[in-house]
Write a protein that binds this ligand. Structure first.
Ligand code: ADP
Length: 594
């Protein structure tokens, strides 16, 4: 397409030049040709006239009385010498001598146009085909008035064949045409060269301007052009250079802004005056569960369906200036997210007002606050329950002085179990507080194989009692980590204890140890009751129990998994849970190798 346009520019220029040059050459050659013909003809006519006049002068007194044979001889000689046909005619039109023909066989010439004209005008001229010598001729006739001595009038006629003139003119014209054709060819070649020189910078500029329009700002024009075109080329290059710089600056600014916005934890949405989204960063898209790329350019109302956010936007529309703030809930698949929304109006493009919304997800803060509150309530409650039970039993024993020893023992054993409960809660709380304080434990190189085998062995009796098949899949090769043996032991004890506790008779628990070059993975898998999805995120919270009654009944404090999580994290490891309600649970721990 661009090639066609380029060609057409050159050819359009050149075609105009060709048309003008051809017309000029045509007019010029016709004009010169005509002029040559005219000049030649008038030269010949003039020389013919002079010859005629000389002949007329010679025979001024007429040729009567002169012997015809002598006349004929003279005329033939004269005709040969002058290259002219000479005819002597008597006043009645009888030809008496002719340089090119025998006068005896010639017609009467009185009615010849040149003779007729010479009778009236003393000289006559005609151009026509001669029947006598069968050629186109130019005639000049002179009337001889004669004198009283010599007798009547007569005519002298001189003529030359016009074919010679035509040939001469044709040769001249041919030379002119050749000359014009050569100049035409030269000027056409020169014209092509000039057109090309003129059109190629423009074509080049067009091609480069096209490329710039498509985003290739590196385009530059050859600097060799001179004059106005050179100035234009330099101006073009300057313009392309500054456009490139500005564009690079814009790109860099845009990239910086995009990097800042995409790296932000806060969600940012910018909308224009028509409520179309002009920017949405990933954080905002994540919070609103939409796609940022698909949302850009669409109406905010169409993309964001949460009515609470709309009310914040409505607020800034009705209120002039200022920042609006509202805390909203965004329903999630598992938990609702709590988001602080800040909205402010902005100038998008001079007069066009738009708005920017900043979304700050405060769900984690909320969760921690709730965990803290729950912890206080739960800890007081957990401690209060056994204390109340102990107090109640003690009051009963004190009040009933005559209580039977058997009953008293029964009450004392209740006090003992509640005290044990209190003790395990306090022990767990102290362990947790020790872990949370970040106190460096007794770090040493441990062999996990032995610790896991020991925990599995310790729970084997309980497992058998509960009719649960407890298995360990431990490799021969020693897996070593850096850690506190007591904490690591507690970690596996808690997980194996839970896997047995929240299982059912006939179930199984499998503890598996694997490792690669850098880390080890320990999984504790059971096919027990499993954990609901909404509870999975909360089981590591302190005192969180899915089924409080059952946990307590089983001697659980609700602190086991919180301790586990702390131990794993303090050993720079990770813990993950995979569970399907009704089918079983797998806890997977990854720890770095020593
Ligand atoms: P608890 O002392 O009640 O066992 P944990 O912190 O150890 O407290 O566990 C928290 C809750 O997680 C438990 O109440 C229980 O509902 C659930 N849980 C833990 N491990 C399992 C498991 N292997 N299978 C099913 N539920 C489990």
């Amino acid at each position: 397409m661009s090639l066609l346009r380029n060609i057409s520019l050159l050819w359009r220029l050149y075609a105009g030049f060709v048309v003008v040059t051809l017309l000029f050459a045509l007019v010029l050659s016709i004009q010169i040709g005509n002029q040559i013909e005219k000049n030649n003809l008038s030269d010949i006519e003039e020389s013919l006239r002079v010859r005629g006049e000389l002949m007329a002068k010679h025979y001024e007194d007429g040729f009567y009385g002169l012997p015809h044979a002598e006349l004929q001889r003279n005329i033939v000689q004269l005709g040969e010498k002058t290259g002219t046909r000479i005819t002597l005619i008597e006043g009645d039109g009888t030809v008496i001598a002719d340089s090119h023909k025998n006068p005896a066989v010639m017609d009467n010439h009185i009615d010849r146009p040149e003779i007729q004209q010479s009778i009236t005008d003393s000289a006559g001229r005609a151009a026509r085909f001669s029947d006598t010598i069968e050629e186109n001729m130019l005639y000049f006739a002179r009337h001889l008035s004669g004198s009283a001595d010599t007798g009547g009038a007569g005519f002298v006629r001189v003529s030359v064949p016009t074919d010679d003139i035509d040939n001469k003119v044709a040769v001249f014209q041919q030379q002119v045409y050749i000359g014009v054709s050569i100049s035409l060819l030269i000027s056409l070649l020169l014209g092509f060269y000039i057109s090309k020189r003129f059109s190629s910078p423009i074509e080049e500029m067009t091609v480069r301007a096209d490329a710039i329009a498509k985003g290739d700002y590196s385009q530059r024009i050859k600097t060799e052009y001179r004059g106005e075109i050179g100035k234009l080329a330099r101006a073009f290059d300057h313009m392309a250079g500054s456009a490139e710089k500005r564009f690079q600056q814009l790109i860099s600014d845009r990239n910086k802004l995009a990097t800042i916005l995409s790296g932000m934890v806060e969600g940012v949405i910018a909308i224009d005056h028509d409520d179309n989204i002009i920017h949405m960063n990933e954080a905002a898209a994540r919070m609103l569960a939409v796609s940022s790329t698909l949302s850009i350019g669409k109406s905010f109302w169409q993309v964001v369906t949460n009515p609470e956010i709309h009310s914040v936007l409505d607020g800034i529309a009705s209120d002039k200036g200022g920042v609006k703030h509202k805390q909203i809930n965004i329903p999630g698949r598992i938990n609702d997210a709590v988001v602080d929304v800040y909205a402010a109006s902005i100038d998008v493009a001079r007069q066009d007002k738009g708005a920017v919304l900043v979304l700050h997800d405060v769900s984690e803060l909320y969760r921690l606050e709730r965990v803290r509150r729950d912890f206080v309530v739960n800890a007081s409650h957990e401690l209060k329950t056994p204390i109340t039970a102990i107090r109640g039993v003690i009051e009963t024993i004190i009040d009933d002085e005559e209580m039977e020893a058997e009953v008293q023992r029964e009450f004392l054993s209740r006090i003992q179990s509640q005290t044990e409960r209190l003790s395990s809660i306090v022990t767990d709380l102290m362990a947790l507080s020790r872990l949370e304080s970040g106190e460096r434990e007794n770090q040493q190189r441990l062999t996990l194989n032995a610790i896991i085998a020991q925990s599995v062995k310790a729970f084997q009796a309980v497992a058998v009692d509960q009719k649960i098949d407890l298995r360990a899949d431990i490799p021969e090769q020693h897996v070593r980590i850096l850690g506190d043996p007591q904490s690591i032991g507690q970690l596996f004890d808690n997980l194996i204890d839970n896997a047995i506790k929240y299982n059912q008779p006939g179930g199984c628990v499998c503890v598996k140890l694997t490792c690669d070059d850098t880390q080890t993975e320990i999984s504790i898998e059971d096919n027990g009751k499993g954990i609901r999805e909404q509870d999975i995120t909360r089981i590591f919270e302190r005192f969180y129990r899915v089924d409080k009654g059952r946990s307590r009944e089983l001697g659980g404090t609700g602190l086991g998994l919180a301790i586990v999580k702390h131990i794993v994290e303090s050993h720079e490891g990770t813990i993950a849970v995979q569970s399907e309600y009704g089918s079983g649970t797998t806890f997977t721990i990854v720890l770095p190798l020593a």
